[in-house]
Design a protein around this ligand. Sequence first.
Ligand SMILES: C[S@@+](CC[C@H](N)C(=O)[O-])C[C@H]1O[C@@H](n2cnc3c(N)ncnc32)[C@H](O)[C@@H]1O
Length: 310
Amino acid sequence: MLNKIHVPPIKIQGIKTKLVSWIKENLEISEDTRWIEPFLGSGVVGFNLAKKNALFADINPHAINLYNRIKEKQINSVIVKQFLFKEGKLLSEKGQEHYNYVRDRFNEEKDPLDFLFLNRSCFNGMIRFNKDLKFNVPFGHKPERFAQAYITKITNQVKYLELSFSINNWIFKCQSYEETIKEAKKDDLIYCDPPYIGRHVDYYDSWDEKDEMKLFELLKNSGSKFILSTWDNNQYRKNEYLDTIWKDFNKLNKEHYYHIGAKEENRAPMIEALILNYKPKEKKVANLNSDKYKQLDIFTENFVKIAINT
Ligand SMILES: C[S@@+](CC[C@H](N)C(=O)[O-])C[C@H]1O[C@@H](n2cnc3c(N)ncnc32)[C@H](O)[C@@H]1O
């Protein structure tokens, strides 16, 4: 179990903050292992689990730009604090009008500080771009969003990254997963969290069967250890690819609740899966090919362990 999960300053739909400890429990990694993460998103997984060498990449340039600017010391927690204080004051005075003004400015100038401001004041902390590559998430309707405590929280999140980026050899690239996986070497560990297939919400987040097949081929032939985060099933649907292309690998399951809006009753349960091309030490995991698995695939990790042990 990780004592504390460090949450990065960027939010994204599908963020894996709640799954970091579970992923850590199943890692096989040494101090020298290079962490390769082709679908970085917010970075919460790799920033908590990577050792001193890492390659972090994403096709969306904006979080990558922000992280590169922090790494190069062009943006730091003091700059972030001053910026959010200034823009937050204008937001509290003008509300939606100022949010729209910053969004237009960001869509013209692509400044990472504007991206941070929008990401932390937009509806549900989403990242979504239209086909013209314009950020189009509406205002979260909280003009007082950037209260002192919230600014301090974000500033501390940036401070933690400043420290991590300065003591580690972490590289950030804006590129597609194909290029990133091709850079992996035998002793690296690749952690993949691609967009969930068929749940397309964003220009940078489209994912179809062709991508899933390509990812499968690249991971299978990479020669590296890999972990794939994906979904297994919810009350309506089942991820068919787990019974087809991913079936020869090992699988772990865990139940996870996604929040849709603020109401408690809108919590949507989802069975998450980790697909691994190795068996984590001292763990019995379901092999997707076995008959036992076929009876178990809607259960949580604990059920899988109990059933396989008996
Ligand atoms: C589910 S999110 C990753 C979330 C991340 N694990 C976290 O916890 O914050 C998927 C990410 O894949 C990126 N992505 C989508 N298509 C991609 C592609 N073809 N190559 C690289 N990254 C891609 C998206 O921009 C998004 O950031």
